[in-house]
Design a protein around this ligand. Structure first.
Ligand code: 13P
Length: 254
């Protein structure tokens, strides 16, 4: 069975004491992960090391960065390299979140470079894709997402895309309280898997984890994660509440 993942994206929230409190509360709240289930915390850069220290040794729980530079090293003030993330023992990094595409003007071509540099440093990208509202309203979301995947991922050879993690996050459902219906999520996830299968074959496509993101909460996680092509979630707001995120972890497919 492919990996099922509950990923928290804290975005730019919490002080360090609040972050520590959240992790402690979460560890104390009833949650369980079996062999093919992971919980991943994408935390702000200054909290990566302290949160990682709190979670080290926990089975199937990992910390991720929310971004990395497309460049290797050098005069890029304010940036963080994949090499730095590797050097502190990280295994995961979010690439191409819609907020970075919007506010930092990250293009599909630049994201392809980030994917490459992350993989060169043994970091598994959690590659985010998803359409804005006007594209959904025009009904062209399938080709929009397909282009994002093609332009940022399809240069990868089969062995590198094997076991990959993609997160589908429709922008109109992020932070809006407006979740895609489980049917809409399944439809796009099946489309993404078909696009991957056309490029890489069924076996590889079947092994790729596709997360849904956009107003996931304890109350809707079970239904969304229950869809055949939904392998968990990338969760913003609800990941800042220990009881909510613990329930989301417990909603992963068994
Ligand atoms: P919300 O869960 O707050 O809608 O955010 C989703 C998201 O952007 C996760 O990366």
């Amino acid at each position: 069975m492919r990996k099922q993942i509950a990923a928290a994206n804290w975005k730019m929230n919490l002080s360090l004491p609040q972050a520590e409190e959240l992790i402690i509360a979460l560890l104390e709240t009833d949650h369980s992960l079996n062999d093919h289930q992971l919980a991943i915390f994408a935390v702000p850069f200054p909290y990566i090391i302290p949160v990682k220290q709190m979670l080290d040794g926990r089975q199937n729980i990992f910390v991720a960065a929310q971004n990395c530079s497309a460049n290797k090293n050098g005069a890029y003030t304010g940036e963080t390299s994949a090499e730095m993330l590797q050097s502190i023992g990280l295994k995961y990094v979010l690439i191409g979140h819609s907020e970075r595409r919007e506010y930092n003007h990250e293009t599909n071509a630049e994201l392809a470079k980030k994917v490459n540099i992350a993989m060169e440093h043994q970091l598994q990208p959690i590659f985010c894709c998803g359409e804005p509202l006007q594209i959904r309203e025009a009904g062209t979301q399938n080709s929009y997402v397909e282009t994002q995947l093609k332009e940022s991922l399809f240069h990868l050879p089969a062995e590198q895309i094997s076991g990959f993690v993609v997160a589908y996050e429709p922008i109109w459902a992020i932070g809006t309280g407006k979740t895609a219906s489980s049917g809409q999520a399944q439809e796009m996830h099946a489309h993404i898997r078909t696009v991957l299968a056309t490029q890489y074959g069924n076996e590889i496509a079947d092994g790729i984890t596709i997360l849904y993101g956009g107003s996931v909460k304890a109350a809707n996680a079970l239904e969304i994660f229950g869809q055949p092509d939904v392998d968990g979630g990338l969760v913003g707001g609800a990941s800042l509440v220990a009881t909510e995120f613990a329930a989301i972890i417990n909603s992963l497919k068994k």
